[in-house]
Each structure stands twice: as structure tokens, then as C-alpha cells.
Write a protein that binds this ligand. Sequence first.
Ligand SMILES: O=C(O)Cc1cc(O)ccc1O
Ligand SMILES: [Fe+2]
Length: 452
Amino acid sequence: MPSTKFKVPESYPYQNGFNSYHESEAIEGALPIGSNSPQKPPYGLYAEKLSGTAFTAPRSENQQSWLYRILPASAHAPFEPRESSTYNTNPENKPHEKIHQIPNQLRWDPFDLDETVDWVHSLHLVAGAGDPTMKTGIGIFIFAAGKDMDPHEAFYSADGDFLIVLQHGVLDIQTELGKILVRPNEICVIPRGIRYRVALPHGPVRGYILELYQGHFQLPELGPIGSNCLANIRDFQAPVAYFEEDTTSTWHVLSKFAGHLFAAKQDHTPFDVVAWHGQYYPYKYDLGRFNTIGSISFDHPDPSIFTVLTAQSDHPGTAVADFVIFPPRWLVQEDTFRPPWYHRNTMSEFMGLIHGQYDAKTGGRFQPAGASLHNVMSAHGPDAATHEKASSAELTPLKVGEGSMAFMFESCLMVGVTDWGLKKCRKVQEDYNAESWEPLKPHFRRPEKTRG
Ligand SMILES: O=C(O)Cc1cc(O)ccc1O
Ligand SMILES: [Fe+2]
């Protein structure tokens, strides 16, 4: 159902850089010079601080922005629960909303598009770990929407940062800090608390969200790789200030707070930020810009070389969430079984496919808009057909993943599956093991001299 309200912009203006200190003004002179909160900010604006980290977080982690707006965000009536019996993205320990901790390998058929709901109602928690009230862990969502959000509604999550992996369609996102157009093969991060409205200029959308209940995403260290490669800093795009002047119509600000929905009424637009500066802002990234590194001699390296963004636990090098992609790339390794090795991982691995085919499951039923979960220590690897092919393939240089983009949310946490993910969505493939690994044949040949 394409929206007729919007002419699709080719793009919006952006400013480039990751974790950069940006400043942007929609009207020249709207940013105060030399101070953050002057007695009278320019043009009669209100100054408002938006904190993404504790005031006292070390400088290397500190993320805050100053917003100069027509009315402060606090100018609204009290929040009231909305759809309290139905809306819950944070399953609690009720029998009908149980989270299932199971060691089985899971694979899902493509999730359906749903043209009947807007962004706010499109979110289905499929798996997760931890608790937003304790600011620990992650939530993994599937979203599928076909309607613009109401023109006078804005939404924010108090629970965590949204890393949105778009699989289908286009997201036109108006945020307090400006507009972002998310196109196929792009991702977008909307940090906790930032208010936004999602319109769907090209009709239905679908994809995956990793909600990070703790900390923020950062770029992985590059170590011996050096100062460039993987996702380069300049390819992350933040919006520029854009505001509307509306202090007469009725708006509702929707809050996802501990997984539940609340709404507050106000008589002015939340999109009234004329200027801002700081390091706490939404951004997008085109996965096509990822500079992929690989082995040019032998063996299959760890997939950490494909990390786009990471959120570290308190133990450096161990991620609460890594966002890893498998872009088109050349394989040239000699005397090597080139697909991923068989493995059991202390980390959990949730995978999705944006388009194309994933090279570990070429013939299988891991399809775009589908997913798989290989939990802590759950054994997995290439399916039997892929093993057969790769162990006898001629090892000439080979381009894999052409026109394809698989990704993984990897976490040090054991990931539980929701009732929706296991049952209600009706997408779990019962024959995943039977199709993938049970057909594997022994090829063992005892050397002559040890034969009895
Ligand atoms: O399991 C998977 O398909 C993801 C994966 C890919 C890879 O190249 C190495 C390890 C790994 O877990
Ligand atoms: Fe794996």
C-alpha cells in the first residue's frame, strides 16, 4: 500500500562520520556560540540536553547532544498505558509469554509481510536475553509493516538502541534530529530515547531489529588491519537539523517503556528541533560500502573480520552484540575447506538474510526474510550438500555471495526464544536438522597399518 502523502526523496542531506561531534542548524545562528545553555538561546528557542550515557561516563564513552527547540520535550500531558493487554515486546514470566531456552538449532521460513500495521505495531520479539529494566542484554525483533505511522504520532524506545536491518522496502524516518531515508541494503541505528516517525513511501517493509538494552554500538578495533577497512568511519551518515513549526495540533508521543506501550498527548510537534550539536544521534550505513577482509593464503578465518558494529560487555573482546555481515567477496584460499567450519560456539548466533544466498547453506531453506538461531554451544556448520560440494571443489579464485547479504547478531548471552518465535509465527522448520546435518556421511578410512 504505497503512501501517497509523500513524494519519495532520492535522499536527504547527511553529515558523515561515526561517533563524530556533529553540529547542525536549520536556521543560521540557531546554535549558541561558546555556551550550551545561554540565558536566552537564539530565536527564543529552548535548550534541552539529551544524555545517551551517564553524565560522568569517561570522555571516550560519553555521548550527549544539545537540542535547541521550539518547546521542550517535557511539555506534554502524563503518559498513559496504551493497549496494555496486547502490547508487550518484553515477555515477562507469565505462562503464556514464556521465553524458551532450548539448545535446538532453529531455522525460520521467511516471515510474512503485514500490510495492516504501522511501525509501532510491527515489532515482534523473536528472541532475547536480559532485561531492559536492568539495562542488560538484547532483544531480537522481526518487523513487518504496511502502514505509515499516524501523521501526528512519534515513537521512542526507552528500552534500548534499535539497530534496524531492513530486508524489504524503504523507511522514511523523521527523527527529532532530522530525516533519514533507509533503503535496501542499508541499516539504521536509532539510539534510546530519540523520537521518530516512520513512513513507508514504497509500501510494505520488513526486516530485523537488534535492540541493545545496554551501552551503545561502536566500531570494532582494527588491530593489525590498520587504520582503515571493514566499515569506514566516514560512511556513517547522520541527519541534519530539520524542524516543523506546529504549536496548535494534537500529537501523541508513544513510548516503549519496559516493553509496554504508553502514550502522552501534547499540543505541538515533537519535530521542532531547529539546531543541535553533540555525539548522540541516529545514523545509517550502506552495507555495500563495507570493505571486506579475508584470507589470501589458507584456512577460513573467524567471522569477527566481518563485524560492522559491536557492543562490548564489561569484558573487552566479548560482545553483548556483534553485528556481522557476509558480503559478496572473493575466496582464494589454497588447500582449504572454504565454507565455515563445523563448530560449537560459546556465543549465540542469530542469522538473517537480506537477499541472495548464504554460502554455508546454498541449497538449503535459509531464505531472504528467514532466520536461524544457533544458541550457546549448539553444533552447526555447512549442510551436507554444501559440505559435499566444497570438499571436492576445484580451488580456483571464486566470488561468493554475489548479489547477496547475510548477517549475524552474535552475542555472549544465551538467547531465549519467545512463544511467538517458537510457535505463534508458525515459521519454524521442523526438519532443519534432518535436512542439514543428519544426512552427513562418515568418510573415515582407517589407514592400512591400523586395520585389525
Ligand atoms: O555459523 C555461521 O554460519 C556463521 C559463521 C560464519 C563463519 O564464516 C564462521 C563462523 C560462523 O559462526
Ligand atoms: Fe556459526
